[in-house]
Design a protein around this ligand. Structure first.
Ligand SMILES: Cc1cc2nc3c(=O)[nH]c(=O)nc-3n(C[C@H](O)[C@H](O)[C@H](O)COP(=O)(O)O)c2cc1C
Length: 259
């Protein structure tokens, strides 16, 4: 595998840092290639602004519309182009972070905002029929994405009836709305629960879990999300009544029988 590991934690000496080192060591010892985007260490700029498009000189151009422009690598800042080069190289992308307020730390959200620009990560159409390629198809199709996170909550609270919601559904905006949207195959997230109070045994188990899940990333079964363009959705992108009849909620976007 060619693994791009995107790491979003301010402290190298954190639990997250220990787990990252374990995962990277396991991968490299097994002969895989790993490149790291350690966002805090890189002092990654987390907000989209005009500096992202240094070649764009029109004073009338709004930043928001600039970020939606068709991809033209020459107009993008060097730090974004460097991440594109790493993503082009990678067949597997690991996003690792501590769960903060149900989501990614802002620096990682900002990596997604700035790196996943139109024409690189989304916004392309199938020339044969004009359909927009997204949700299972698109620019990043063929790559696998694995989320590795630590969370303060204990595991039952992220279970089917847990107060946080089931983890894969709580992470729906990232897993489905971002990674699957861009075409990537999304692996079940790997979570280390109860991360604020860990015994030595629990830490060993967590390291072992991370090592094994990164090593099996090429072969593990991705989450069985439905493709946008394979017939399950109508023209308004609403799931057709024949699928998951009478059901609502985020889990209907898993293929029947695979849930
Ligand atoms: C700003 C902030 C927000 C947090 N939000 C959540 C949360 O929504 N759910 C949760 O289970 N834990 C939450 N936590 C706990 C962290 O997930 C936990 O401290 C971290 O994963 C421990 O790993 P670390 O030692 O590598 O930082 C939060 C912690 C902080 C500092």
């Amino acid at each position: 595998m060619n693994v791009l590991w995107v790491f979003a934690h301010p402290e190298q000496a954190s639990l997250s840092g220990v787990l990252r080192d374990e995962g990277v060591r396991a991968l490299t010892e097994a002969g895989h290639a790993v490149r790291m985007s350690d966002l805090y260490a890189m002092k990654w700029k987390a907000v989209v602004d005009r500096d992202d498009f240094p070649e764009e000189t029109s004073p009338r151009l709004e930043v928001a519309s600039a970020s939606r422009r068709a991809y033209d690598a020459g107009t993008l800042s060097a730090d974004i182009r460097a991440e594109h080069e790493k993503l082009d190289w990678a067949d597997t992308v690991v996003l690792q972070f501590p769960l903060w307020w149900y989501g990614m730390p802002a620096i990682l959200k900002g990596w997604v905002d700035r790196v996943f620009v139109k024409g690189f990560a989304y916004g392309v159409t199938d020339p044969s029929d004009g359909r927009t390629l997204r949700y299972g198809e698109g620019m990043l199709a063929g790559k696998r994405a694995l989320v590795v996170l630590t969370a303060g909550s204990r595991e039952p609270a992220f279970g089917p009836r847990g107060i946080n919601g089931q983890l894969d559904l709580a992470l729906f905006p990232l897993l489905h709305g971002t990674l699957w949207y861009t075409g990537m195959s999304v692996l079940p997230p790997v979570a280390i629960y109860g991360a604020d109070r860990m015994s030595a045994e629990a830490l060993d188990a967590a390291a072992s879990l991370v090592r094994s899940k990164v090593l099996s990333a090429a072969t593990d079964r991705p989450l069985p999300y439905r493709h946008q363009n394979h017939g399950d959705y109508d023209g308004d992108l609403v799931l057709r009544p024949a699928h998951a009849p009478g059901e609502t909620g985020l889990a209907i976007h898993y293929r029947a029988g695979d849930r």
